[in-house]
Design a protein around this ligand. Structure first.
Ligand SMILES: NC(=O)c1ccc[n+]([C@@H]2O[C@H](COP(=O)([O-])OP(=O)(O)OC[C@H]3O[C@@H](n4cnc5c(N)ncnc54)[C@H](OP(=O)(O)O)[C@@H]3O)[C@@H](O)[C@H]2O)c1
Length: 344
């Protein structure tokens, strides 16, 4: 059998593909070859995948650090890192999962999830609790891990501490507000005016509209600042920290990132650093445990079908989303999309 024959015999599946950086219109639904798992991978039939700011950054190639691995053209052509679905096939070395298992996880390369099938390394996956939907668990990985590792591990938040979350109304921020409250902090959430009621509903004690007030110039100081949208100087952040306070940049501008790396370690008595999130299946299990105790809930703003991934990314970029946007890949009779955002 020749190469052409074997290619023709490979099963094809749908995926949202892009071959150049740009706005969401560069994404198209195409038939691609169904992926085959390597020995340490699991093939998953995707039921839901959530949309992250990082997907949009990798789509547009902005900020510049989103082009690592592909300066002029994207290295990977299918985005989507936070998947949930059923195991269809397990590679030779897989011990934990079996066909039919319902799983979810974060793909470290940020790729492959906007598709009907994806291959994922075993260590990135956790079992979906029966009490949660595929959409709910797909909303957790990247945003939940940023929040947990920022608030619990790096932030080491203690009851009564003052915690400020900048960019609190988005994916990671909506988890971070709930987690900071869970650990007993007094929480200030910062976002634009359209998201302030949402922040209060998550438990924020104080809110700041960043379009009207700069939290680094109010004179108030915090024990921990978790910054999902860092655009200021390290000196401004140092000013807003209590002595021995901690600041962590998660996302923002290249200029601020360079300052963090070059100047952060030299700031006296203030801990100003980058937070690099680590995929961790135990942390995913921890977060679903908090859901089952009704402590932390994935906040899903809207749902889109796979054919409307581009619309979902556009919606996220327009600054409407309160919490997470989710793509429902496997449709069933109960699937309900957000009518105001979807043509279905
Ligand atoms: N360090 C790491 O390891 C790591 C890993 C993954 C992702 N990330 C980064 O984490 C960041 C946050 O992710 P996410 O999924 O939570 O994003 P998101 O859902 O877009 O949330 C960001 C929030 O910040 C708001 N915002 C925008 N500009 C702001 C400003 N100047 N001041 C205060 N708030 C502002 C946004 O409002 P609008 O909706 O109006 O824009 C949005 O509500 C992204 O930049 C992503 O690349 C970092």
């Amino acid at each position: 059998m020749g190469f052409a024959d074997s290619w023709n015999r490979r099963e094809c599946v749908k995926a949202a593909v892009y071959t150049q950086y740009g706005l969401p219109d560069v994404l198209h639904i195409e038939e691609v070859a169904k992926p085959t798992p390597k020995d340490d991978e699991v093939l998953i039939k995707v039921a839901a995948v959530s949309v992250n700011r990082s997907d949009r950054e990798n789509l547009t190639g902005k900020p510049l650090y989103a082009r690592i691995g592909g300066l002029l053209k994207p290295r990977h052509q299918i985005l989507g890192s936070d998947i949930a679905g059923r195991v269809e096939m397990a590679g030779r070395n897989i011990t934990q999962f079996h066909p039919g298992d319902e799983v979810f996880g974060h793909i470290l390369t940020y790729t492959g999830g906007f598709a009907e099938y994806v291959c994922v390394p075993e260590q990135a996956l956790a079992l979906k609790p029966a009490s949660m939907t595929f959409e709910e668990v797909a909303a957790i990985p990247e945003a939940g891990l940023i929040a947990l590792q920022g608030i619990r591990d790096k932030g080491q938040v203690q009851p009564g501490q003052q915690v400020l979350i900048n960019g609190a109304g988005g994916g990671a921020g909506s988890f971070a507000v709930q987690l900071a409250k869970f650990y007993g902090a007094v929480v200030t959430g910062v976002d634009h005016s359209g998201k302030l009621d949402f922040l209060r509903s998550l438990g924020a004690d104080h809110v700041i509209d960043y379009t009207r007030e700069d939290f680094t110039t109010t004179g108030k100081q915090y024990d921990l600042i978790l910054d999902l949208a860092a655009y200021r100087s390290v000196f401004a952040y140092a000013r807003a920290l209590r002595p021995k306070g901690r600041y962590f940049m998660v996302g923002g501008s290249v200029a601020t990132l360079l300052q963090m790396v070059l100047l952060g370690p030299w700031m006296r008595s203030k801990h100003i650093r980058l937070l690099v999130v680590h995929p961790n299946a135990n942390d995913l299990v921890f977060l679903t445990g908090l859901y089952e105790e009704s402590r932390v809930v994935p906040m899903i703003d809207s749902r889109y079908p796979l054919r409307e991934v581009a619309l979902a990314l556009r919606y996220l970029g327009e600054g409407h989303a309160k919490g997470k946007v989710v793509i429902t890949v496997e449709q069933n009779d109960n699937t309900e999309y957000s009518p105001q955002h979807s043509s279905s």
